[in-house]
Design a protein around this ligand. Structure first.
Ligand SMILES: Cc1cc2nc3c(=O)[nH]c(=O)nc-3n(C[C@H](O)[C@H](O)[C@H](O)COP(=O)(O)OP(=O)(O)OC[C@H]3O[C@@H](n4cnc5c(N)ncnc54)[C@H](O)[C@@H]3O)c2cc1C
Length: 346
């Protein structure tokens, strides 16, 4: 019997587990060693960098990849406009980043390499059925934390009625053949109402996007086709990966939990609907829940209060969406050249 069971050891779960006071016995369960690594652009945004700075953490060198690029080539395929916008992301290996965060969790928190298959509550005690490489196991806890990302089992089990808009993110890896690697963000109405992107990582070029679930693979191919004459080199394909990504439409879709079940990170819906940047929200909400537990009674009430800041931030991102995703507004913004930089071609 643990005081706290955490399902998911991504940035949210690992941060919560690292900061949770020693007065609680805790277990963290993650299946990613058994499943394949989580698809991600692996760009650490300034808000996430600020959060690491607040934690007093500096990123180990081996988490970084090459190249580090300082602008994003933004393309509207319909309006045929290309603009460059300055961005200060850190380009990293996402799997190594997650492993590094997990390595900072103190030994007093038990780590279980397994997948939670079922979570339930009986007489106020949570029961978690876990599949591990050595067989099935059952864990019991007084509190349950869902840090299990976009497709959260904890959220689906306990908060069925609060649904959140989600997309299928598809990413394909190619051998890198660009002479001058770049990041891109592509708005292509033919492929859907969200966006596609590309990043270069060491010897690979990754093209991906978030698409409506209906025909997501076909939409991905359409996006690729629509930019084929815009400087993208799709060479030898190495692998393709896909997963769910949440994109809240309104604050009503967010859910922090209640009655000893708590949600942090993307499981709570904490992700930017404009850029799909989610690592900073995962780090911040993990910290907020730990603070709420550590400060004593009624962590739920305190967590709800602290996360108001996140709600406000996400509201700002929701309000920003029309300027990025409404074709007319986007065209006007891109045409105006506001905040864009002029890249001098060699
Ligand atoms: C394709 C793509 C690209 C993205 N690019 C970026 C980017 O460049 N920068 C950025 O900031 N954000 C990006 N995001 C968003 C970001 O990845 C997430 O918002 C962030 O990882 C959320 O962190 P988290 O800890 O809440 O959840 P996750 O990182 O999703 O971690 C959840 C963990 O829970 C585990 N898990 C899930 N279910 C179970 C279960 N039943 N049992 C046990 N373990 C379980 C998973 O294995 C995983 O390790 C991207 C998302 C996608 C899909």
């Amino acid at each position: 019997m643990y005081d706290v069971a955490i399902v998911g050891a991504g940035p949210a779960g690992a941060t919560f587990a690292r900061l949770l006071s020693e007065k609680y016995s805790a277990v963290i369960i993650d299946g990613s060693e058994a499943l394949c690594p989580k698809p991600c652009g692996g760009l650490l945004a300034p808000d996430a960098q600020k959060q690491l700075a607040r934690f007093g953490l500096s990123l180990p060198k081996d988490v970084l990849v090459s190249p580090q690029i300082f602008c994003v080539k933004t393309i509207d395929t319909e309006a045929k406009i290309v603009r460059h916008y300055q961005r200060s992301y850190i380009n990293m290996n996402r799997q190594k980043f997650d492993r590094w965060l997990l390595s900072l969790v103190p030994n007093r928190v038990k780590t279980v390499n397994g997948t939670a298959m079922e979570v339930s509550r009986e007489d106020g005690i949570f029961k978690i059925k876990v599949d591990t490489p050595n067989g099935s196991d059952v864990l019991y806890a007084k509190n349950l934390v869902g840090a299990d990302g976009a497709g959260s089992l904890v959220r689906k089990t306990f908060f069925k009625n609060i649904s959140i808009r989600s997309y299928v993110a598809v990413q394909q890896w190619f051998k890198e053949k660009h002479d001058d690697p770049f990041y891109s963000c592509v708005f292509d109405r033919q492929s859907g109402d969200c966006c596609s992107w590309s990043v270069s990582k060491d010897d690979y070029f990754i093209f991906g996007g978030a698409y409506e679930k209906d025909g997501s693979r076909k939409r991905f191919e359409t996006a690729k086709k629509d930019i084929s004459d815009m400087g993208f080199v799709f060479s030898e394909a190495v692998k393709i990966e896909a997963c769910l990504v949440n994109r809240p439409r309104s604050l009503k879709e967010l859910c922090v939990g209640v009655d000893n079940v708590y949600l942090i990170g993307e499981a709570a819906g904490f992700i930017s609907p404009s850029s799909l940047e989610g690592i900073s929200f995962a780090l911040i909400s993990g910290e907020m829940l730990a603070q709420s537990f550590n400060s004593g009674d009624n962590p739920g009430k305190r967590y709800k209060k602290l996360t108001k800041k996140i709600y406000l931030k996400i509201l700002g991102k929701i309000l920003k969406c029309p300027f990025m995703y409404n074709p007319l507004l986007r065209k006007a913004v891109m045409r105006s050249g506001i905040r864009s930089i002029k890249v001098i071609n060699k």
